[in-house]
Design a protein around this ligand. Structure first.
Ligand code: SAM
Length: 234
């Protein structure tokens, strides 16, 4: 399981004008807490497991900026994101319902659009939020692709989605967003709008980004971020 802590959320919010954060997969609420700490004006988070949802309702009951949703991520995205006027930072981290907390197995859910909902989520967001400068941080690239991940490959007992690979991201976002793969932890994909040079506000150095990329980082990408002194190692 990756962590939103890898990313400097405050800098993303300032640079890309992102007052709202939308998370799929609330689990223990750690992503919500990081979003509160970073000062997002409005935070949405959806969780399919009722037990986790209710625990977070309790945990964040004093936080007016937090809007917790219970249900399938795809359904909640459909109901919500079309009405949000501001740019959104999406943290897409829903997969394997209940498995991280030990409530059920990683392969227990037979409906692939619920077990690994990323493709469906992105299709919904794309259809409801065309021409928006939203930013996406997607966790667990190792579910979809192979690579030199910091925490190793997806364990063999976890089934990959039937449509493994990320062709759907190219199909949906290559015309509007830089698509950046990071190989820390279980891997991340960043989708950064073309309106700005890509910013990697990752908690480590540029040289480490390149050294651990696992696939060649294009020269234009390095040029675009090379003078980016905020690229941090804190
Ligand atoms: C890796 S955990 C999320 C961790 C959290 N985002 C964080 O940053 O600390 C994944 C969560 O997604 C939930 N989940 C899995 N599939 C889902 C779906 N289709 N819709 C909503 N939530 C889902 C799981 O039950 C689990 O709590």
């Amino acid at each position: 399981m990756g962590s939103l802590f890898r990313f400097d959320l405050g800098r993303y919010a300032d640079t890309y004008d992102l007052p709202v954060l939308f998370e799929t997969g609330t689990f223990r609420g750690n992503g919500v807490q990081l979003a509160i700490d970073a000062g997002f004006k409005k935070i949405y988070s959806v969780e399919i497991i009722e037990e986790y949802y209710l625990a977070n309702v309790e945990r964040f009951s004093d936080e007016p900026s937090v809007n917790l949703l219970h249900g399938e991520s795809a359904k909640c995205l459909s109901d919500t994101v079309g009405t949000i006027k501001e740019n959104i930072l999406f943290w897409l981290d829903a997969h394997f319902p209940g498995a991280d907390g030990g409530l059920c197995g990683y392969n227990s859910c037979e409906d692939e659009t619920i077990r690994c909902p990323l493709e469906t989520e992105l299709e919904i967001i794309r259809s409801l939020r065309q021409d928006r400068d939203d930013v996406f941080i997607i966790d667990d690239l190792s579910i979809y692709e192979t690579g030199n991940f910091g925490n190793g490959p997806l364990p063999p007992h976890i089934d990959k989605p039937v449509n493994a690979g990320l062709d759907f991201i190219d199909r949906l976002f290559s015309k509007t967003h830089h698509i950046v793969r990071l190989y820390d932890d279980e891997g991340y994909v960043l989708l950064l709008p073309y309106s700005l040079p890509p910013k990697l506000y990752v908690r480590r150095t540029l040289s480490e980004v390149i050294a651990t990329a696992g696939v060649p980082v294009s020269e234009s990408f390095i040029a675009a971020i090379g003078s980016n002194e905020e690229l941090n190692d804190d």
